[in-house]
Design a protein around this ligand. Structure first.
Ligand code: ADP
Length: 243
């Protein structure tokens, strides 16, 4: 469904992505692990065109593009196939939970308001926020705000959801409820690419686990083998640092 090949990205003299390739099939739940600064966020941002890659190819539903030369109208069109869940939720402070979810539907998808309300409330119901449609972000816990972020992503019916460390800004007490929503989405067959430090989640939910380090993918494996019998010395080292 989505293939990225040989993606390179530098910021000034620093090469952050040094030729990354990933093949995403429908229904895959791919977790991307790795130390801080290894390029994980930059990779997700390149896939969503929040950053422009310097080199590399993307194939999305059979359409092939050079990532350093994607036209603005193609970016807008292709961005609709993905949704991004940010570490810090990125909600509008002056909009309610429902208005936050509706915004992309009305502005991005030009959806009539009544339909956006219907889809927005369904998405909030799905993440367990049926009682909080009209709450503002400051009235919600971190976990609830991130669930609004996930509702906003699923409302647009993307082909892939890109999660950028969705639980790392949360107090420990709210992490479980966000992971639980993500687990349900995974079980329902949603295709997901997840940058995370939640090893138990990766082990239990991922169809594939990737380790990134210094701008390259060091190992790609099933969760069983990644955690149980890793192929690479770098993976063993990484897993040791977590113990
Ligand atoms: P990770 O998500 O694995 O922690 P990032 O992709 O966030 O890694 O960052 C990788 C490297 O790229 C870091 O050294 C970071 O400082 C640098 N970097 C990321 N975004 C920018 C930017 N917009 N400008 C300059 N450097 C950046």
């Amino acid at each position: 469904m989505l293939k990225i090949m040989d993606v390179h990205k530098s910021f000034g003299p620093t090469e952050v992505l040094k030729g990354v390739s990933i093949n995403v099939e429908k229904g895959d739940v791919i977790t991307i692990l790795g130390p801080s600064g290894s390029g994980k966020t930059t990779l997700l941002r390149c896939i969503n065109f929040l950053e422009q890659a310097d080199r590399g190819t993307m194939e999305f539903d059979g359409e092939r593009l050079q990532l350093n030369a994607v036209k603005k109208k193609d970016k807008i069109r292709l961005r609709k196939k993905t949704a991004f869940v940010f570490q810090n939720y990125n909600l509008f402070r002056n909009k309610t939970a429902l208005e936050n979810v509706m915004e992309g539907l009305i502005i991005g998808r030009k959806m009539p308001k009544a339909e956006a309300i219907s889809i927005g409330t369904q998405a909030l119901d799905k993440v367990g926020l049926q009682a909080r449609y009209n709450a503002y972000p400051h009235e919600l816990s971190g976990g609830q705000q991130q669930r609004v972020g996930i509702a906003r992503a699923i409302a647009t019916q993307p082909e892939v959801i890109l999660f950028d460390e969705p639980t790392s800004a949360l107090d420990p007490e709210w992490i479980g409820e966000v992971l639980s929503v993500m687990r349900t989405l995974a079980q329902e067959g949603m295709t997901m690419l997840i940058v995370t430090h939640e090893m138990t989640f990766a082990r239990q939910v991922a169809s594939r686990v990737l380790l990134m380090d210094e701008g390259v993918i060091v190992e790609e494996n099933t969760p069983e083998l990644f955690f149980g019998a890793p192929q690479k010395e770098r993976t063993r080292q990484f897993l040791k640092t977590l113990q």
